[in-house]
Write a protein that binds this ligand. Structure first.
Ligand SMILES: Nc1ncnc2c1ncn2[C@@H]1O[C@H](COP(=O)(O)OP(=O)(O)O)[C@@H](O)[C@H]1O
Ligand SMILES: [Mg+2]
Length: 244
């Protein structure tokens, strides 16, 4: 499989804290890569560095053989690399459909076309009956789906998902896994940060474990979940409250 993304020696400091410390990995076309690690491990910071929301102090991000280190997020998104946010932040004054249409506007030729793309994405994630809803009134599970629809509206070839299952019921998690499978089958490569570890086990081909900003382990999902240090340090504790 062709290499889509290469991250080399990525490093980010916040004052005296090294939030990401020399992280190196690759993502191939068709992968579903999971990134796990306790709170504060640096997972969101890693996403911010790769998708253009933070500049690294050191290292390189290469997407489709092009060095994009330090590029702004909207330029990176135009190339086909998009992310969702852990803390969803929809435009509260727009309804559900127009929130997604705004995300589609960059590639659509007109507002009408952007709304058509929005409708397509809302159907895809199962939110079509909420099109006219005020976004603020959506329950958390549906806000996560909206976040996914907004990301899909940019038509990414590589999609980074930051805890899209956080705060969802077991039923909603199952539903979202099915939606993500569809996204993957439609040709989008996925990188998934998730605290819901059974979902990672079910969905991901490979897993990276982050610990204090560095990579503690990486490998196939089976290998990583059997890694004694990983099991002892992270999985026991998180799995018990996963609620899924
Ligand atoms: N903008 C920032 N300024 C200062 N410290 C930050 C900032 N963003 C994250 N951090 C710190 O970096 C570390 C990693 O945070 P984060 O990437 O959010 O971890 P995770 O997503 O794995 O929970 C934490 O100690 C956090 O407090
Ligand atoms: Mg985070």
């Amino acid at each position: 499989m062709a290499e889509l993304l290469a991250v080399r020696d990525l490093t980010k400091r916040f004052g005296g804290l090294t939030a990401i410390d020399g992280v190196t990995f690759t993502v191939n076309e068709g992968d579903i890569l999971g990134i796990i690690g306790p709170n504060g491990a640096g997972k969101t910071t890693l996403f911010n560095l790769i998708t253009g929301f933070l500049r690294p102090d050191r290292g390189a991000v290469i997407f489709r053989n092009r060095t994009i280190t330090g590029w702004k997020a909207h330029r990176i998104s135009q190339l086909g690399l998009t992310r969702t946010f852990q803390i969803t932040r929809p435009f509260g004054n727009l309804n559900v459909r127009d929130n997604v249409a705004v995300a589609a506007l960059r590639s659509a030729g007109s507002l009408e076309e952007a709304r058509d793309v929005a409708d397509e994405m809302l159907r895809f994630v199962g939110l079509e009956s909420y099109r006219e809803y005020e976004t603020e009134k959506l329950p958390i599970g549906l806000k996560k789906k909206l976040e996914l629809a907004k990301a899909l509206a940019t038509r990414p070839s590589l999609l980074f998902l930051d805890e899209v299952m956080g705060g969802l019921s077991a039923e909603e998690v199952r539903e979202l896994i099915q939606v993500l499978r569809k996204v993957h089958e439609s040709g989008t490569t996925l990188v998934v940060i998730e605290h819901v570890l059974p979902a990672i086990k079910e969905l991901c081909h490979r897993v990276i474990v982050l610990h204090h900003g560095a990579m503690l382990a990486q490998g196939s999902t089976d290998e990583v979940f059997r890694h004694p240090e990983v099991v002892e340090a992270y999985l026991g504790e998180v799995e018990s409250d996963a609620g899924y």
